[in-house]
Ligand binder design. Structure first.
Ligand SMILES: [Zn+2]
Length: 336
């Protein structure tokens, strides 16, 4: 589907959830954003390029918006199909994208050592397979930190359109998106999460998975301040009017603020005994969402982010044992 002139959206059914990949086709910029997991290029992307009438050999850039399996697992296969294309990603995400092992250990196992949540060794090995296979190493041509531009068309002068790179941290530290000024539209990957990750039929699949809460809220407010006409993401409904953009962003912000209250309440009620991250995910669930129980531990990313934020304000204390315990401070003792 061509969602804007020269911007194609490739819809993939990813485990019953929508995964929308974007192909930007300007006269000079021919960039694919995100790649699914290892099998997605062969199964979905290359057939879609054929349908659209694009030769992979004509692609100029492959942009990894952020390090998650459903976005970068297919990058090695895609680079093999388009070896001339430059691989670009956010600077802070580079190590997680360069190798399947980096993705598994720095991203997939972010909550493994301290909280005992995430992949065991067998699951890690299967994950690495789906991320391109053990021992693969990608050459990242350019890393972006935001505010760079890429030429869209052939005009080298003031008439020339340029795509602007957006740094949208929160879900990952280096998360990227793009802004098309002539459309006043942004394509933001997974930078903003609404109230859940959802199945194709709309049911909740698992919790939002932002990690750094302050950065996430900042990203939402930055996007609101842009007064966009349209906003496109990888898993959430397309926002085709300014009102839809604003509603989605406000709903996402309000969800995060409410989630923090619910998580703080869980820690407070536990008293001196404290709670682990796993217990927070389970006990706060009634206030957070109604995804299937087997996905409860996916709440760890955002729950850990909120706990870190509460600890940074001196409201709770972290006990660095394994698993980490969080204890409510009965009296505020200041910042630590
Ligand atoms: Zn995703």
């Amino acid at each position: 589907m061509e969602v804007m002139p020269g911007v194609h959206q490739i819809l993939v059914d990813y485990k019953g959830r929508p995964l929308k990949l974007y192909l930007l086709m300007g006269a000079r910029l021919r960039m694919l954003m995100d790649f699914g997991e290892a099998g997605t290029p062969e199964k979905n992307i290359l057939p879609a390029l054929t349908t659209i009438g694009v030769d992979p050999a004509s692609l100029t850039h492959l942009m990894a918006t952020h390090p998650d399996l459903d976005h970068v697992g297919g990058i090695h296969a895609m680079k093999a199909a388009a070896p001339q294309a430059k691989v670009v990603c956010g600077r802070a995400d580079r190590l997680q994208i360069e190798t399947p092992e980096g993705l598994a250990d720095l991203r997939g196992r972010a909550h493994y050592h301290w909280h005992g949540l995430g992949m065991d060794d067998a699951a890690r090995a299967a994950f690495i397979e789906r991320a391109g296979g053990a021992g693969k190493r990608l050459t990242i041509d350019t890393t972006f930190v935001g505010d760079e531009t890429l030429p869209w068309d052939d005009h080298g002068d003031a008439r020339g359109r340029r795509v602007e790179i957006l740094h949208l941290p929160g879900h990952s530290h280096g998360h990227l998106g793009v802004y098309l000024p002539w459309e006043n539209a942004a394509i933001i990957g997974d930078a903003v999460h609404g109230t859940a990750n959802r199945f194709l039929d709309g049911r909740a699949a698992f919790a939002p998975t932002y990690m750094d809460v302050d950065a996430y809220l900042g990203t939402i407010e930055r996007l609101r301040a842009m007064k966009l006409d349209q906003l496109f993401s990888c898993h959430w409904p397309d926002c085709r009017t300014p009102a839809e953009v604003e509603a989605f962003l406000v709903e996402s912000r309000d969800y995060a603020l409410k989630a923090e209250q619910a998580i703080a309440a869980v820690v407070q009620v536990a008293g001196e005994a404290g709670v682990t991250l796993r217990e927070v995910c389970l006990r706060a669930k009634p206030a957070l969402g109604d995804w299937p129980p087997e996905k409860d531990s996916e709440t760890r990313s955002m729950a850990c982010g909120h706990l870190q934020r509460l600890a940074a304000r001196g409201l709770i204390r972290e006990h660095l044992e394994r698993p980490v315990r969080y204890v409510w401070e009965p009296h505020w003792l200041g910042l630590h």
